[in-house]
Design a protein around this ligand. Sequence first.
Ligand code: C5P
Length: 227
Amino acid sequence: MNTIFPVIAVDGGAASGKSSTSRALAARFNLMHVDTGSHYRAVTFALVQAGVSPEDTAAIETQLAKLQLGEEIDGQSARISIGGKVPREEDIRSDAVNASVSPFAAVPDVRKFLFEYQRSQATVAERSGFNGLIMEGRDIGSVIFPDAVLRFFLEADEATRAARRAKEGQTDSIAERDRIDSSRKTAPLLCPVGAERIDTSHLTLEQVVDLLAGHIEDATGLAPVQA
Ligand code: C5P
């Protein structure tokens, strides 16, 4: 029996299947789901609205100091709020944010700003009565929760990822974002040593979810609350 509050890290590139998989696992085991990509998107939206560019580190620091972060629990998910408001999905997933989120996410001050907030989500999950936390992103298993009980790294070939985004009706510069995310100095996108690396290209969502669910049951002793 695991007495430590379980944290599960799910990392991977754009459209690797992280979100759908994490949401399904959250429902299956009553975990709180946190999408850290939406944190970077929300902060990017706020900075873009303030007229700041990713190169202007002094202005970024000034603007970040004005942002009050919180969260709202919406079903299984905790959504970031800024100044008491949850940003709208259409704003944080706009073409403008798709194009500028990776340059902002490469700025060390932006990452530092989100670090404690993201770590604090384990306490939020526990306090809110969930069985654990499942957090998805690019550096969860390497930087935010290197101590997570399970760390997954999802991959898919580029054609599969482009097809997934097209199906969602989104124009997204997947390859360009992955290039910036993998090559940045601070917390680059990588498969952490010891993480479970899973190629989802030729698997259905259900197969991926079942595969990860097996690992979760073995590592945490949690039982599904829903098939
Ligand atoms: O997950 P999503 O594709 O929405 O993430 C948007 C962007 O946020 C990524 O391309 C990356 O630049 C940044 N990100 C990050 N670290 C995370 C999550 C997202 O740098 N943990």
